[in-house]
Design a protein around this ligand. Structure first.
Ligand SMILES: Nc1nc2c(ncn2[C@@H]2O[C@H](COP(=O)(O)OP(=O)(O)OP(=O)(O)O)[C@@H](O)[C@H]2O)c(=O)[nH]1
Ligand SMILES: [Mg+2]
Length: 445
């Protein structure tokens, strides 16, 4: 599931239509599925609160507004890319541009990911006219922008200006609170911690203990300055925003060159080297600091869409596996195997739709059956109806002629996870099948 702009939009659209699709799929199931099972299925999916919350969140989100403050070159633009995991084009919002603050929208295709107000430290700011100080100008700016969260960015390796920046932010935060009657959430980000000694370790998982200890020392040192100055913050974290970019063919490309590309080419830029450190943790802190639910969801959509999709898929699997377990112990006039396979097909079809794909229930059924190593051509439905009991032993070896509740539960979650691997993680069919078989072997053991 590559995070390109068009697919994201499509995926979001599909996910928003999720309930319509789910209800429709269930209504259109062959008559062999008893009414009782349909009702069970519908109630379980449509009435599930957690699922509802996840799906509603997809609908109710807006780009979070982030007030970024930090000196030139500290890595503000890099941090935005690191958070989004893509090279985000920035589109200037010319109305609000001043010399001391620059408001722009981070775009992914046509989608606004975040709105950023990018300001320098007070020492670097200059007033445009003499009647208003640079400081007052920034205070006006932040009030007008009304951020969900402010990030103060400091450099891990250069400690010189920290005092001044902290004092400046304190002034800003105080007047923000006075005017708006709410506290400004602040997260302090100490960037470029990959540059701490030994500098040659750039991969997060290879950081030696000595490097981590040095980074922690800086965090403590900066914390001291913040406390001494009486600045109230939500959290502080050391990160690295280091990413080297490349063209689709693997040729490295610098940010200056990327910025010269037309917007639709920027979309194709890929990560060449990923030296990010603690960015996931920072996202957690930002989510905690942002109070507005829609902005919180917006941050998730911008940075963690794949994670959100996984969460929905996982939850679906849980619901379906539970129902499969119930179906298996409910005597059904037709073949319970047939019903189970259909249940799994609905699950597969819904998971596919989360990835932005539309697949029919027949195709989903073929996916389920081929997980068991059976290639079926023609009318899958008919064949299953005729061969149900024989098929079952191929899909879940040793199930016998009846499927126990446990087998139905485990088999359904294994199918769901295989579908997640195939449709959402874009692993090949063989890989997905291997996962399915491994999970089965593990659970049987
Ligand atoms: N090693 C390393 N380099 C970084 C990191 N973050 C940013 N850089 C580099 O630092 C330089 C400045 O980064 P920018 O993101 O442009 O900094 P900025 O704060 O947006 O700068 P202005 O827009 O001028 O205010 C670039 O060469 C980045 O590649 C990091 O975490 N580690
Ligand atoms: Mg910048």
């Amino acid at each position: 599931m590559k995070d390109d702009g068009i697919k994201i939009e499509q995926r979001l659209q599909n996910m928003k239509n999720f309930y319509v699709k789910a209800a429709d799929l269930i209504d259109k199931l062959p008559d062999a599925v008893p009414e009782k099972t349909r009702v069970l299925l519908k109630d379980a999916i449509l009435g599930d609160n957690e699922l509802r919350k996840l799906i509603d969140g997809l609908d109710a989100h807006r780009p979070p507004r982030i007030f970024l403050i930090g000196r030139t070159g500290v890595g503000k633009s890099s941090l935005i890319n690191a958070l989004c995991g893509t090279y985000v084009a920035s589109v200037n919002d010319t109305h609000s541009c001043t010399k001391s603050a620059n408001v722009y929208k981070c775009m992914d295709g046509d989608r606004v990911l975040m709105e950023i107000c990018d300001t320098r430290g007070i020492a670097e700011s200059q007033s445009l006219d003499s009647t208003i100080s640079a400081e007052d100008q920034l205070i006006n700016q932040i009030n007008e922008f009304s951020p969900d969260v402010a990030i103060l960015m400091l450099n891990c390796a250069h400690r010189d200006d920290v005092d001044a920046d902290v004092r400046f932010l304190k002034t800003l935060a105080r007047s923000y609170a006075e005017i708006n009657n709410i506290r400004l959430p602040i997260v302090v980000v100490i960037n470029k911690c990959d540059e701490m000694n030994p500098t040659r370790f750039k991969l997060a998982m290879e950081y030696p203990q000595s490097k981590i200890a040095k980074i922690e020392e800086v965090v403590q040192y900066y914390k001291g300055i913040i406390i001494r100055n009486g600045l109230k913050i939500d959290n502080i974290i050391a990160v690295s925003s280091l990413i080297d970019w490349c063209l689709p063919d693997g040729t490295p490309i610098g940010v200056e060159e990327i910025d010269k590309l037309p917007l639709h080419d920027i979309k194709d830029i890929q990560i060449g080297f990923d030296g990010r450190y603690h960015i996931e943790e920072l996202l957690d802190l930002l989510e905690d600091a942002i109070q507005d639910f829609e902005a919180q969801m917006g941050l998730r959509m911008a940075a963690r869409l794949t994670e959100v999709v996984h969460r929905v898929a996982k939850h679906l699997i849980k619901i379906f596996a539970g129902i499969a377990g119930i179906v298996a112990v409910t005597p059904i006039p037709f073949s319970d195997i047939y019903v189970l396979l259909l249940l799994q097909a609905v699950l597969v079809s819904l998971i596919a739709s989360l990835s932005g794909r539309k697949i029919s229930i027949e195709t989903a059924l073929e996916f389920v059956i081929s997980m068991g190593g059976i290639g079926l051509a023609g009318s899958v439905f008919r064949i299953i109806a005729q061969q149900g009991t024989k098929l079952i032993n191929l899909i879940w070896p040793g199930a016998g002629s009846a499927v126990s509740s446990g087998v139905a539960f485990l088999g359904t979650s294994a199918i769901g996870n295989a579908a997640t691997a195939y449709f959402i993680d874009d692993l090949g069919f063989e890989e997905a099948k291997k996962k399915f078989e491994e999970e089965h072997a593990k659970k049987k053991a």
